[in-house]
Design a protein. Sequence first.
Length: 368
Amino acid sequence: MIIGVPKEIKNNESRVSVIPFGVESLALSGHTVLIEKNAGLGSGFSNEMYENCGAQIISSASEVYAKSDMIVKVKEPQKKEYSLIKEGQIIFTFFHFAADQTLLMEMLKSKAVCVAYETVQQNDKLPLLIPMSEVAGRLAVINGSKCLESNMGGKGKLISGVPGVAPANVLVLGGGIVGSNAAKLSAGLGANVYILDINMDNLRYLDDTMPSNVHTIYSNRHILSELLPKIDLLIGAVLVVGAKAPKLIDRDLLSIMQPGSVAVDVSVDQGGCMQTTKPTTHQNPTFIEEGVTHYCVANMPGAVPYTSTISLCNATFPYVKDLADYGMGVFKNDDILCTGLNTLNGKITHNAVAKSFNLDYTDPLKLL
């Protein structure tokens, strides 16, 4: 198979989808790997490093797309890439279709085989989403605490406090991978942390494993209305696989937070869990609504491309290798990878994606 790796072009996105060790493994198995020139530079991998592992360096994205049977990316195709995608071409990347109907319709029109990292599911876990969720959860705290500084429009509060001055209060919505990482880092910095979820088994686990300054609470609107007036940093970490995130924080709830508080919505990739959420970029990461500074960057891990790239590739590469080795036949024999199949032959093949827009769902096994 010919595998293409284009350079990411989303705003301030420097990650790359395949690193040199992956190229070497694919080449040894007889596959051809095309790397767009400078695709890995932002993550610390030179063109020469790729060439030494057996890749061909290609000067343009259009040539990479034209020659490849499978495209492996990090972020969803951008508008200028839509026309480059071919019918039947496998596109393996983060799509987050539930937050972008235009992207979904373009991919359906292209009749590409869209395999989404974020919906690949194994025993109720999301193995390809976990690495970036770990990064995003930690970055949410780092960026949120920075936004609390007065020069960033915040209330001027140090998240850790100091002797004689109380630390910040942090509220994390969701006790999954993002939420647990956010809570752990916040607690490590000395904050007073509340983590809310509706899964009691998850809350019990977090209660057993988190430090004593992390408080686990069953989530409901009443408890939110009690907690939000004293919260300095709110972190949204809610996920429904393949679907839009539920809006847990409406404008009324947001308005009871103190001016200068901060809201970081990691769920922005799936539409956000706050009514006021709108996607921002690393260049212009924040905006203010109801006196609360919002940080809603849709590709947070892109700010640390070296760490993010290696962590992501550690998880994705076995699946890249299976797709390269077995092609479309892999979906008939690999139930895990089949859960990542979002579109095929112009049809939606993931039920949650279809439900997000009240569109028809087609069982992928009927199309294979």
